[in-house]
Design a protein. Structure first.
Length: 402
């Protein structure tokens, strides 16, 4: 058995220590509005745009793509443009996406809005995780994602009823409220020597795009993913310290943490989109009632995750990882084989606990495996793997349901 972990090595520069935990939560949490907010209103979106519900699901897929691509990209920009520059770029993208969401006349424009918002939200969330200097503060950032995600389906339904489904799609812009606090604490810094690895960015973006499309076009996207992965492997040999550091790709601890985070996210976010359909089949509840029923297991899981992440520093890593994996598997099995409504809600709570806790616990483990100079890249690539699950989960549900 591994020894209990010592103090975490994820320590950002001291000049950022003044950014409060509340600011970290506001910076990170609203991204979940884009992931889970549309869960109960896709039918309204489809009706408003004159498309099918399946086509409207592309909004969630594109948002998942945007946060998956944007997280390592914005984390890389932190190393080259600093916190201030990256925050301002991310906030601008979030604002542009929100405006487009409010006025988009068609699905293609709305997809562009989702992509812009996702890139901005990914940057702001990545910065929040960069500034988390302990398991407790990391737990605040990741728990905020889970807590906001827990109320997002219900909040989306209520906001749609009171205002419009368009406002729901613009909710990730709330994260911009924390930008002034970050800008007050962050200082300007000179960019590091060396060229920005543009080729690495392009290759990784191609790989992520192909992976996100796999549930929709398995053969074509799968072949593209193989080609992109091969190109990335070749590029790593040519530039091992580039945008994707070879040291991370070859680190078993990093790969194991990222892979488990991806699996837990697929289960959790897939269930978030599958559960409303299942509950509508088993009950006579309205969309609002289903949203209320889903809040409690999701909120319980998100709130409890903060305690789990904070306590992980005092537990054996292998025991914690085993518990997370077992909880995720148990949740998936329960959701697949039970028709008992309370059992389904318990399964959602377990999936939420596993995914939200796993994001924080495994992020600390993944970044502790990286040299200090690769820490921004480690956070970005780890979060990329987790967020790929937010794109895969709903897409797999839509594919199997259709």
């Amino acid at each position: 058995m591994s020894a209990p972990p010592t103090a975490p090595t994820v320590t950002p520069p001291a000049r950022h220590a003044g950014v409060s935990a509340l600011s970290l939560a506001v910076l990170a949490g609203p991204m979940s509005f884009g992931i889970a907010g549309p869960a109960l209103i896709l039918g309204e979106v489809a009706g408003g745009l004159g498309v099918s519900t399946g086509e409207a699901t592309w909004l969630v897929t594109v948002f998942g793509w945007g946060i998956a691509v944007g997280t390592p990209l914005m984390s890389g920009l932190v190393g080259h443009r600093g916190i201030r520059g990256t925050v301002m770029i991310s906030a601008l993208l979030a604002l542009i996406g929100a405006v487009l969401a409010l006025i988009a006349p068609s699905l293609p424009v709305l997809l562009l809005a989702a992509a812009a918002q996702a890139l901005g939200a990914a940057g702001l969330t990545a910065i929040a995780m960069q500034l988390a200097d302990s398991p407790r503060r990391m737990g605040v950032a990741t728990a905020s994602l889970a807590v906001v995600g827990s109320v997002s389906p219900l909040a989306g339904s209520l906001v749609s009823d009171l205002l419009s489904w368009r406002v729901v799609l613009a909710l990730p812009v709330v994260a911009v409220l924390a930008v002034p606090a970050v800008l007050r604490q962050a200082v300007r810094s000179a960019p590091p020597p060396g060229r920005f690895d543009a080729i690495g960015v392009v290759v990784l973006t191609g790989l992520v795009t192909a992976l996100v499309a796999v549930p929709h076009q398995p053969v074509a996207a799968g072949l593209c993913a193989v080609v992109a992965a091969t190109a990335l492997g070749i590029h790593l040999r040519a530039r091992p310290a580039g945008f994707v550091p070879a040291a991370l790709v070859r680190a078993p601890r990093f790969l194991g943490a990222a892979g488990l985070a991806f699996a837990l996210a697929v289960g959790n976010f897939g269930l978030i989109y599958a559960l409303p359909v299942r509950l509508s089949e088993l009950t006579t509840w309205s969309s609002a009632q289903i949203g209320v029923a889903m809040v409690w297991p999701l909120l319980f899981g998100g709130a409890l995750s903060w305690s789990v992440v904070a306590a992980s520093a005092r537990m054996r890593p292998r025991l914690m990882i085993t518990a997370l994996a077992a909880t995720g598997v148990a949740a998936a099995l329960a959701a697949a084989f039970t028709s008992w409504v309370p059992g389904l809600l318990v399964a959602q709570a377990a999936a939420s606990i596993a995914a939200a806790s796993g994001q924080g616990v495994l992020a600390v483990r993944a970044t502790s495996a990286a040299p200090e100079e690769h820490r921004p890249a480690a956070i970005g690539l780890f979060t990329l793997c987790y967020l790929l699950g937010t794109a895969f989960g709903p897409a797999v549900v839509a594919l199997t349901a259709g």
